[in-house]
Design a protein around this ligand. Structure first.
Ligand code: HSE
Length: 433
């Protein structure tokens, strides 16, 4: 008896998934027991890259979910609605769900997992974070013996591609974005990627698995890459750093019970392995006790890579259904049972290093004022370099030691109080990893 799949969505990842399922030879033998039963699409007229028997393709998506023969619903529609309602209906119909949808899980995981656990069905989403990189099951299983201290990810391929191109070709953000859109690497509406929403969804999923609590989406400090310019990329390079959009979740080193969760452009020292993750590639760097450091690296998006993770989830569910008495509930290593929301440390209490670039009037006292404002607010400087001039303005770059975010911003406020506001302009502020 075959395990029957109801596939929702036949875009890039849906097509890749169908291709694997239709051609199981040489892959895991369990795939021979999986059958695409029905495929839900928005339009039957759209030309498709894959030939499927026409009788299994339908626009009646709800019909697929209610079909008693379907064992596993594979949701590859993306976005919040109708994906959320369809997943909840699938659960209510007793179907297991595989999804690549990080947004719906990050923002509605609570109701989805509560319903799934009650119904005794699996919701697996390996493809939602890091595309083809195995990271969610490794966090739940292979790393389960560790106390995780920190997870740091480059988990958005679009922004990593843009930052890499800006650095390598010395081109502006807007230029590279437009080209990435033409090449199909970036969406027509790039907001989810370039403003950090996609990475925030993904880090919230990673954090909840690593630390065992749910994360409120609004608690994540989020900043994108629109303001990054080639000047900062060049100065960072000279100081020994690459600029990357990092998503970080870590135990607060002071309270130990709260978490810091944030997404933002960050200077990464070249000696750190994350600094050499370029182009559309993703990587997730996990620090745990007793393991130490481990990095998962690979293609974070794309048809084959993402479909590889989707099909692995299908395989896992098939293996569970074949070997476990499902009336006993969800297998603890494949489910998600968080009850509580994490306490997230307010950003002003974060301790981090900063990079700041100032444009200063070239007159006596300006550098002294900078130093005094930092000193008075407990901000210790690692380096202060006058890099050069932009017109008649001296360009000064500062890198701090680890400081409280609140102290740093108080220092910046004080810097703005210089006699003439025009004398010191803050050109950019970035965190340093
Ligand atoms: N838009 C995502 C990225 C891929 O650029 O990484 C899908 O998660």
């Amino acid at each position: 008896m075959a395990f029957k799949i109801g596939l929702l969505g036949l875009g890039t990842v849906g097509t890749g998934t169908a291709e694997i399922l239709l051609n199981p030879a040489g892959r895991n033998a369990l795939l021979g027991e999986v059958e695409i039963h029905r495929v839900g699409v928005r339009s039957l007229d759209k030309p498709r890259a894959i030939a499927l028997p026409p009788e299994i393709v339908t626009t009646d998506v709800e019909g697929i979910i209610e079909d008693p023969e379907v064992d596993i619903v594979v949701e590859l529609i993306g976005g919040i609605e109708p994906a959320r309602s369809l997943i909840l209906k699938a659960i209510a119909s007793g179907k297991h769900v595989v999804t690549a949808n990080k947004a719906v899980i990050a923002r509605h995981g609570d109701e989805i997992y509560t319903a799934a656990n009650k119904a005794g069905v699996y919701i697996l989403l390996e493809a939602a974070v890091g595309g083809g990189i195995p990271i969610l099951q490794p966090l739940k299983q292979s790393l389960g013996a560790n106390r995780i201290q920190r997870i740091t990810g480059i988990i958005n391929g679009t922004t990593n591609y843009i930052l890499t191109q800006m650095k390598e070709a010395g081109r502006d953000f807007a230029d590279v974005l437009a080209e990435a859109q033409q090449l199909g690497y970036a969406e027509a509406d790039p907001t989810a990627d370039v403003d950090g929403f996609d990475a925030a969804d993904k880090i919230s999923i990673l954090a909840s698995l690593a630390f065992g609590d749910r994360i409120r989406y609004e608690d994540i400090e989020r900043e994108g890459i629109r303001q990054i310019n080639t000047t900062d990329i060049t100065y960072a390079d000279r100081l020994g750093f690459a600029i990357k959009l990092l998503a970080i979740a870590q135990k607060d080193s002071h309270t130990r019970n709260s978490l810091q969760v944030r997404v933002g452009p960050t200077l990464v020292p070249y000696k750190h392995p994350l600094a050499s993750v370029n182009g559309v590639y993703n990587a997730i760097f996990v620090e745990g006790d007793p393991l130490g450091e481990v990095m998962f690296y690979g293609p974070g998006a794309g048809k084959g890579a993402t479909a590889s993770a989707v099909v692995a989830d299908i395989l896992n569910i098939v293996a569970l259904l074949k070997s476990i008495d499902t009336s006993k509930g969800v297998h603890p290593l494949y489910g998600c049972f968080h009850q509580d929301y994490a306490t997230v440390t307010p950003i002003e209490e974060l301790e981090t290093k900063f990079y700041a670039r100032f444009l200063c009037g070239d007159r006596p006292g300006v550098l002294g004022h900078l130093g005094t404002c930092f000193g008075n607010n407990g901000v210790s400087l690692e380096s202060l370099v006058q890099i050069g001039f932009q017109g008649d303005r001296a360009e000064v770059v500062v890198v701090t030691h680890d400081v409280r975010e609140g102290n740093f911003h108080r220092a910046i406020d004080a810097i703005h109080q210089f006699e003439s506001v025009d004398d010191i302009k803050v050109a950019s502020i970035l965190r340093v990893f």
